[in-house]
Design a protein around this ligand. Structure first.
Ligand code: MF3
Ligand code: CO
Length: 267
């Protein structure tokens, strides 16, 4: 069942999203070579709790941490711990906050020090995929318009779109219906309506899109060992268009409607 959220519920999700986005913005400023992913996790937990939130991932199917920390060929669900970040790594940080029973979920991939030009392009295109997917969240559009926009942009740049993991509805639970694939043909699935809240999360790979799960039962890696990037926002559909509930105050496109990928801006 797909649930439609009231303006009052979306306001709570926005406050939840603020805690998530402020925490993520702080981590983006703080992470550097020499830190362990476990230290990043501890900072995230302190930050969320200091603003009155509860780390959503703790206790989720037995998961014990505040963030997922996925490095290089790790796509998602990397477990934070003693791994030391080194110059040139790509670190994907995924966090969720529960506030007054409502969840927000967001992820970014950040470079540790200077990274290769190809890694930079992968991160940029993945973030663009997220924005282009969000731009499809207009009332009257169909659900698959989101994934179709994401896939078209990723493949135009020669990158792979992970199939085995998808975005999702979000609200009082982190994962609600519907599932939101990051691929597919447009014009299919439920019609998008105001009050629908989704977590859109393209997972884009440098090589093949095939992934596997490590023996720890969590960490998802690319089968070919090539890099992956992951960006995620929690968004509400409104009469005026998509409202990003996990938007960060700085360093992000504030207006989805005006967002254009890099080449199109230059053209
Ligand atoms: N945030 C992830 C998602 O977007 C889920 C995290 S799994 C957990 O769906 F175990 F860490 F919670
Ligand atoms: Co999610």
């Amino acid at each position: 069942m797909i649930t439609i959220k009231s303006p009052r519920e979306i306001e709570i999700m926005r406050r939840s999203g603020k805690i998530t986005s402020k925490t993520l913005a702080m981590l983006m400023q703080t992470v550097r070579a020499g830190m362990t992913t476990g230290e990043v996790d501890r900072l995230a937990e302190e930050s969320i709790r200091s603003m009155g939130g509860i780390p959503t991932f703790v206790g989720y199917h037995g998961y014990k941490h505040t963030i997922c920390a996925s490095v290089n060929d790790e796509v998602v669900h990397g477990i934070p711990g003693s791994r030391v970040l080194v110059e040139g790594d790509l670190l994907s940080i995924d966090i969720g906050t529960t506030l007054e029973g409502y969840v927000s979920d967001s992820a970014v991939t950040v470079p540790i020090g200077s990274v290769s030009a190809e890694a930079t392009r992968l991160m940029r295109v993945t973030q663009e995929c997220l924005m282009l997917g969000i731009a499809q969240m207009q009332k009257g559009n169909r659900l698959s318009d989101i994934g179709a926009a994401i896939q078209a942009h990723a493949e135009k740049h020669g990158f792979g779109v992970v199939r085995d993991l998808v975005g999702h509805g979000i609200g009082t639970k982190m994962h609600e219906e519907p599932q939101v694939p990051n691929y597919g043909s447009p014009g299919q699935g439920p019609i998008l309506r105001p009050g629908l809240c989704l977590a859109i999360e393209p997972m884009i790979t440098q090589g093949s899109f095939t992934v596997e799960t490590l023996d720890d039962g969590w960490t998802v890696v690319t089968e070919d060992g090539k890099l992956a990037a992951h960006f995620e926002h929690t968004i509400a559909i409104t009469d005026e268009g998509p409202r990003i509930l996990t938007l960060r105050d700085t360093g992000e496109h504030q207006d989805v409607a005006r967002f254009r990928p890099k080449e199109e801006v230059a053209a």
